[in-house]
Design a protein around this ligand. Structure first.
Ligand SMILES: *Cc1c(COP(=O)(O)O)cnc(C)c1O
Length: 438
């Protein structure tokens, strides 16, 4: 088994190397998404191309549901990780709710599945009156309120619409989670949440407003958190707060644990996903065990991250002195994670046919030194015209894409078994210029 094959075994049932059949004969090994060769998808839909596996998304949701089985819970998928309408519809059909952070994301959920609105929680530090009113009219499950002035505005909006808004205060538990500083949120210096010591005061204020129904406590300590301990620590502090609030007469029925469970981008993790999510579930639920609480979960990355790849074609090989560059047709405008967070993504050839490896920088065509996918990476030798797959690109990939360098955004394809469906057309130059005038 080649090195890259053994790596890809950690992403069953999708994105594995399989022998392609040609005229009934066993052909060479090639990367597949479910039953379809990635090369065929590139031929049909062009590159750069985001490819998602529906079966893998279902598997991961199943693992979540199994891990939390026996504890009353609702999974509210964090829309911002991947907000494609077809992905949202797939998740809504699995019974999931949604965590939205803007009116736009709420509109997406309504478009994908109107009935899912009652399983929506609305997070974010800067909700506007228009966004709040849309959410009130849609009868969402709860607002995660992040400040005193937001609480006041929400109270006013709900009063005007003669609605009663279910609320949580998003508390900042002041636990440190080791992740990239840009995606850590649970420390007092971050803009998110209300310091846990000030929360009780604000809950009292909320309870005095007839148009608000105090129902929940929420936290979200950051993203791509690999260590389970901070989750348990945050939940212990939340559990303590729930007891205090109940002691003061507040009817707290929900705890929203946020998202943040990390994935193994570098494949260093030997535990399978179901085992990791089980450990995560244990950490969250243990401190809440005797509270008779309904748990809300907001996973994003851990559901869709490994279920997507970015397919790209090698345009040029270039050597500058001792450096070898592979210039591919995808760029930082398609997937910004390496440039923005120094994130690691595994990159594999779609048709490995060489055992020799070389050290390369894999870069895009954009005029920025920061436009790279990997630096000094050992990669099997590939040729101009070959396809590469950037793995674990299903979360915070397409949603962060831009048009920098006037590059139309990539197409997105959803594969289910032997079927592939285009779920977002490749952008055209016309699309790009439509809003501009001369
Ligand atoms: C981003 C975010 C999430 C999802 O985080 P993941 O790391 O993708 O699981 C959940 N809740 C809130 C409030 C968020 O901002």
């Amino acid at each position: 088994m080649s090195q890259s094959t053994s790596r890809s075994q950690e992403r069953p049932p999708s994105f594995v190397y399989q022998a392609t059949k040609r005229a009934g004969q066993r052909g060479a090994e090639a990367l597949h998404c479910d039953k379809l060769p990635a090369s065929e998808l590139a031929r049909r839909f062009g590159t750069p191309l985001y490819v998602y596996s529906a079966s893998m998304i279902r598997e991961r949701v199943k693992a979540f549901e199994k891990a939390f089985h026996g504890f009353p819970h609702t999974i509210c998928y964090a829309v911002k990780a991947n907000s494609n309408l077809s992905i949202l519809r797939l998740l809504a059909r699995l019974g999931l709710g949604f965590d939205v952070v803007s009116g736009g994301e709420l509109q997406r959920v309504l478009r994908a599945n109107r009935a899912a609105a009652r399983r929506v929680v609305f997070s974010g530090v800067g909700k506007t009156a228009a966004e709040i009113n849309l959410a009130l009219r849609s009868n969402i499950l709860a607002f995660n309120v992040e400040s005193a002035p937001e609480l006041q505005l929400l109270g006013e909006c709900a009063r005007n619409l003669r609605k009663k808004a279910r609320i949580a205060l998003r508390v900042n538990p002041d636990v440190s989670a080791e992740t990239h500083p840009y995606i850590s949120t649970g420390l007092h210096q971050h803009k998110f949440g209300i310091p846990i010591q000030q929360a009780r005061e604000l809950y009292t204020l909320a309870a005095q407003e007839k148009s608000l129904k105090v129902a929940s406590v929420s936290v979200h300590i950051g993203s791509q958190i690999r260590d389970i301990k901070p989750f348990r620590e945050a939940m212990e502090r939340v559990a303590e707060l729930v007891r205090e609030l109940r002691g003061e007469g507040h009817d707290i029925r929900y705890v929203d644990a946020g998202g943040g469970l990390g994935i193994s981008y570098d494949q260093s993790d030997n535990d399978a996903f179901p085992d990791r999510v089980a450990a995560y579930a244990e950490a969250l639920t243990a401190p809440l065990r005797d509270l008779k609480i309904h748990l809300l979960l907001e996973p994003g990355r851990s559901i869709v991250g490994p279920a997507g790849i970015l397919l790209t074609r090698l345009i040029y090989k270039k050597t500058n002195g001792a450096k070898k560059f592979l210039i591919v047709d995808a760029a930082m405008n398609d997937l910004i994670r390496p440039s923005l967070y120094s994130a690691h993504h595994e990159i594999v050839p779609v048709q490995p046919d060489s055992s020799s490896a070389e050290k390369v920088d894999i870069v895009g065509p954009i005029c920025e030194t920061g436009d790279f996918f990997a630096r000094d990476r050992q990669l099997q030798a590939v040729n101009e015209g070959d396809l590469l797959a950037i793995l674990d690109a299903g979360a915070y990939g397409m949603v962060l894409a831009s048009n920098y360098n006037t590059r139309p955004r990539a197409a997105e394809v959803l594969v289910d078994g032997a079927k592939a469906k285009i779920i977002r057309k490749r952008e055209t130059l016309q699309d790009l210029l439509r809003a501009e005038s001369l």
